[in-house]
Every structure is written in C-alpha cells, then in structure tokens.
Design a binder for this molecule. Structure first.
Ligand SMILES: [Zn+2]
Length: 163
C-alpha cells in the first residue's frame, strides 16, 4: 500500500511507465535508457493531459480527495503491473528485465518525489520546491481530450514495444 501511495502522480502514471519501458526496450544500455526515461517524464507532462487535481485539492482540503487517491492507486497499480509484465518479457535475460524496471521507475520518479508533499504533509523546503516546479511544466487539458492524449501515447508506446 505504501509503495502504491509512493508511486502516485500527476500525469497518470501509465503513459509514463509505458514510454519508459519502450525506451528501455529500444535502448538496451541502461546508462542511456535511464537518463532518457527521466527526461521523457518532463516531455510527456508538456503534452496536454488530464490528471486528478491533487494540488488544488490539497490547497482546499489539506490533502487529495479519496476519489482522486483511488484513481491514483488504480492507475499506479496498473502501471506497476504493466511495467513488470513488459520487463518479464526479457526473461531469462535478467539484465534486460532489470533495465526495463529501472527505466519504468525513472519515468515516474519526478512524480514520486511529490508524494511526501501530498500524503505525508511534507510541505516545506525541497518537497514544496519540487511540487511547484513539477506544476510549472504541466500542461493540463479537460477530461475527455486529456484522457485521449494519454491513451494515444500509451498505445504508441505499446506498439513500439510489441510490434
Ligand atoms: Zn509529472
């Protein structure tokens, strides 16, 4: 449960994780794929998207609402499952599987850093700085178009991996 809370997010985590997995699948060298996965996070956050409004809710109610938290848990659990599944395809090549998992984690790191801010009331210093920085590069969209962009990104990443 704590692990899931920890992986919660801003853009939904699923597209981030699929793109991370796609990068590691295309580029076997983790010294290249992990930095690229880290960078892909910012790039994807710049594509107009919808996500639960953790920040607004935290300002209003002191923490994200149960509904947003539930969406985030389902999304994170699904993203985690997808990442592990895509990594398992490399077995018995353990190096390959581990670099996929590492790239998946790197792809959502930027969001994970914000979790103490939202869920553990760490709202000063570095966590405040990072949460505001992450907010500054987000490009948000309303629900339907903001979900469609993420489905398209996810499908493109899956196509890249599986086809
Ligand atoms: Zn983000």
């Amino acid at each position: 449960m704590l692990v899931l809370l920890y992986i919660l997010h801003h853009m939904l985590e699923m597209p981030h994780v699929l793109v991370g997995a796609a990068i590691a699948t295309a580029i076997p060298n983790p010294a290249i794929s992990i930095p690229l996965a880290l960078a892909s996070h910012v790039l994807l956050d710049r594509i107009p998207h919808w996500n639960p409004h953790f920040y607004t809710e935290t300002q209003k109610y002191g923490q994200p609402t149960p509904k947003s938290t539930a969406i985030a848990i389902v999304d994170s659990a699904a993203a985690l499952t997808a990442g592990l599944f895509l990594a398992a395809r490399f077995l018995p090549n353990y190096g390959g599987a581990i670099s996929v998992i590492a790239a998946c984690l790197a792809s959502v790191l930027s969001d994970q850093i914000k979790m103490p801010y939202f869920f553990f009331k760490q709202r000063t210093g570095f966590f405040k700085f990072w949460t505001n920085l992450e907010r500054s590069w987000q490009v948000e969209a309303s629900f339907i178009p903001g979900i469609i962009t993420q489905i398209l990104i996810s499908l493109a990443a899956l196509w890249w991996i599986l086809v």
